[in-house]
Ligand binder design. Sequence first.
Ligand code: PLP
Length: 411
Amino acid sequence: MALLNEYFLEFPSGNLFSDIEREINTFKVIRPNAAPIDMGINDVTIPLPSSIVEAMHKAVDDMSESSTFHGYGPEQGYEFLRDAIIKNDFNTRGIHLTPNEVFINDGVKSEVGNIGDILCADNTIGVVGPIYPIYIESNVISGRAGVFSRGKWSNVSYLACNESNGFTPMPPDTPIDIVYLCSPCNPTGAAYSKGQLKKWVDYALKNNTLILFDASYEAYIQSPDIPHSIYEIRGAKKVAIELRSFSRTAGFTGLRCGYTIIPKELAVQTMEGKRVQINSLWRRRQSVRSNGVSYVTQCAAAATYSQEGQRQLGETREYYMDNVRLMRRTLSQLNLKIYGGEHVPYLWIKTPKGTSSWEFFESMLYRAKVICTPGIVFGPGGEGYVRISAFANRKDCTDAAARIKEWLEIK
Ligand code: PLP
């Protein structure tokens, strides 16, 4: 008899993302000529730059010749890409890694769940809330999140993340086994300073905590004081896995490529208290469960590090950051508390007068004809806020900001 993984049944029956879609579709039916502007966009919108497209075309041509054809690639990723990552993303920041510590994958979303394969189901988990919902949902499937009651999972520690701590919570007094940190953070835009990250690393060293550090948005960091990698902090290689993605850095949301750093020094404890280095275990896991990422995609990822690739992608990221700055300028003329927009192209806006995030989302849709994301979809800590994404075209950003301004001024 085949038995179900019953942890799947723990998911609450409603799904807020489908509720949002339903609400928007209803609006479009009721107001067919309204043309709402979508600033809830959870994707990039600018196409890949020419240097990367050319690299892909060349890689496709390679596949047509027997002398350059590539079949199954190394599970860990081609060395040309791993070398480029180490040289450009880490050596430039004084971090030394070997190619064996870099694992190419199809993006952070799947990797967040995959990592759970080598971690015991009994671990406690901690998240700063609001956060990227996948950190918790991937743990629901493996039974680590517990049961859902009153908007929270029973085995999850939600580290309060609010205006008073600048949306960058510090370690709690009690030990947690696995902690998810995202810096700069989706949705709040908050980024940890070196001093703050050091406190997390020290906490992890003291408590044998594993930190899963999501640096998907690091390329948007605007200040030299904000670390791009957790390994800029001494001791972090012993306690942290870093996850990176080409999705936001280089517009690969549709191509799918990311990478994970598992340092050789990183060890996790067995029930008997033995410390086991997990780098080689993860290689074993990949050899069992993965045949790697396509050659064409990895050539595209390597092209992001070429001089022209860097220049073109820098322009794309600057375009999104200019979008968010101009939205912020317009919206700051209103009586609103606005966060984010400094190191990510997202604005995190406090809803006025204690309005719930869902009500504010609905009002913005119906009154301003602008779609945002209600903060509650990022967990209970997101209640009372909405997120506006500037991963959009310039005109939509300008028009959306003008519409919101007009709506709130006459409200
Ligand atoms: N991590 C964070 C914080 C994100 O916001 C997102 C996407 O929205 C991802 C990871 C997804 O990355 P990928 O496209 O590599 O799966």
